[in-house]
Each structure stands twice: as C-alpha cells, then as structure tokens.
Design a protein around this ligand. Structure first.
Ligand SMILES: [Zn+2]
Length: 229
C-alpha cells in the first residue's frame, strides 16, 4: 500500500537525481545510476601517505586520513552535501555513508577502528537542522561495517557569546577549545575514526583530535565524504 501510494505520488512529484535532476527510475535512490557511476572516488584509503595525509602531516598526528570522493565546486559531492546540509534530507547522509562503508569495507584503513565519532555540531545548529549530518554519514558506515558510533564522549560546548560580534580573527580562534571530552575512559586505548562531511581547512578536525588525544592511548584517523581535489 505504501509503495502504491509512493508510485501515485511520484506521478506528480517524481524523485529526481540530486546531481543531474534527471528523473530516478525504480531501484535508484537519491542519485541516478549514471551519476553514481561517475562519482570521483579518491581511493585514498588504499594509498598510504595520500594527499590528505600529506596535508595534515606535522599538524596533528593522525593515524590515517581518507575521503570518499573529490569535492569540486559545482560537482556531484557538492550537490550531495548541499542536499544533506540545507535541504532537510538526512536520508542522503545515510545513503552516502553506506556507499562509504562499502568502499572502505575490507581495507586496512578500517582494520583496527574501534569507534566512529561524528564531528559534533553546535547544539543550536543541530536543533535548527534537526540532525547532525556527520552522524547520518556514520550511521551508513556503521550499517555496513558494524563499527559502533559514539556521540556521547566528544561534545561541542555551547557558546553563549554571539559569534557574529567577533572579528574574523576571533571567530577563527574560536574553533580552538570548543570541543570537550565528557568521559575520557570510553576513548582510552581506542582507535577513533573521526567523521566529517567535507574536509576544507581541517581546523575543526584538528581541534576535535586535540581533545580526543587527552584520553590516554588513543589513536585518531579521519574520514570525510568529500575533500578538495
Ligand atoms: Zn544523475
């Protein structure tokens, strides 16, 4: 009945590919088969000392760094991330997370990962959006890999001071010390995979990792759906 109703609705509101806006056919979800096939995968997880690892070298001792696909302005990953962050569509996060999980499955990149940790969102932002997009990605990865997700241990502190009143420099500085480890015991000795939507400057991931390293014996790897090409 639900399917019949969906078929009826799609006569008037057909599901469109988020990348090329072509009408999706049965069996396609969010992306058409063509756009899915053309996703610019990085395969960084198969390349030790890949460009992303080089980018972070010397900044923070990440174990490994990888991204699912290249983020190009106007490209497919930008469309997908835009849909995920600004179109109230958490489902596409889960969907793309599943693709990430399938891509990573069986690789040494995931071999000793104990926990998936999404980059925490500012509580106010999360309330506005209704979800944390990085958590939605984690759910997809976890569904494929069975690696548990932890959202309790690393949190983002609420900033009471209005960000808009700060100068650009002060706002940049604000990324420092905005994350907090609520219970370091649950991270102790663990290899954490920190997950974000897109890696740009990396300063948020850097700030998260600094906090995670306060728990004894932790290792941190980072992963995102998109990274600059
Ligand atoms: Zn398409």
């Amino acid at each position: 009945m639900k399917n019949l109703f969906h078929s009826f609705l799609s006569l008037f509101f057909p599901d469109l590919c988020v990348v090329c806006s072509e009408r999706l056919v049965e069996g396609e979800e969010h992306l058409c088969a063509n756009c899915l096939h053309l996703l610019p995968l990085t395969n960084f997880h198969l390349q030790p000392e890949n460009r992303l690892e080089e980018f972070f070298a010397g900044r923070i001792p990440f174990r490994h760094a990888a991204a699912f696909a290249y983020f190009v302005k106007g490209g497919s990953i930008q469309h997908i991330v835009h849909e995920l962050k600004y179109k109230h569509n958490p489902f596409i996060g889960n969907f793309i997370g599943t693709l990430c999980g399938e891509n990573l499955r069986g690789s040494s990149f995931l071999a000793d990962i104990d926990l998936l940790v999404p980059v925490p969102l500012h509580p106010k932002r999360e309330k506005e959006r209704g979800y944390n997009q990085s958590l939605e990605i984690c759910k997809g990865i976890s569904a494929v890999t069975n690696i548990p997700i932890d959202t309790e241990t690393l949190i983002r502190k609420v900033n009471n001071i209005s960000q808009t009143k700060h100068t650009r420099f002060a706002r940049w500085e604000n990324v420092e010390n905005i994350f907090l480890l609520t219970n370091s015991a649950s991270f102790q000795g663990k290899h954490i995979l920190l997950v974000d939507d897109v890696i740009t400057t990396g300063s948020t991931l850097e700030s998260c990792a600094k906090e995670i390293f306060k728990a004894a014996g932790t290792k941190v790897s980072i992963y995102a759906v998109g990274a600059a090409g």
